[in-house]
Design a protein around this ligand. Structure first.
Ligand code: ZN
Length: 114
């Protein structure tokens, strides 16, 4: 399952950082693209399950879904693509390329030192 793999890799990264700084992780913020088939609830559930008894137990995960970006073929403007509004925000053109979906990123980790 996709979420379990993501949760495992997040846990490994966060744990390593916590050990390095000799601190306890409180929360972490991750971001991914809209097209990423990541289910927030499933991810949090998977993370909680594998974090049990480890340094990451009880910490909070925050997930931000980044909008898809389009680039206008006419004027080159990059804009947030919405399915309800498929025109360039600058020139109104309707010919555009969709830019690659944002990758899954671990943005910040909040750690607490005793
Ligand atoms: Zn344009």
């Amino acid at each position: 399952m996709h979420e379990t793999m993501v949760a495992e890799s997040l846990l490994a990264t966060i744990s390593a950082e916590a050990v390095k700084q000799n601190a306890k992780p409180i929360s972490a913020k991750i971001s991914c693209g809209m097209l990423n088939a990541l289910n927030d609830e499933v991810l949090c559930f998977a993370f909680e399950a594998i974090a049990k008894g480890a340094v990451c137990e009880g910490m909070k995960l925050e997930i931000e879904h980044k909008p898809i970006q389009g680039q206008c073929k006419k004027c080159g403007e990059e804009f947030e693509f919405e399915f309800s509004r498929v025109n360039c925000s600058k020139c109104g053109g309707d010919q555009f390329d969709l830019l690659p979906d944002a990758p899954l990123l671990l943005e910040t980790i909040e750690l607490e030192t005793e």
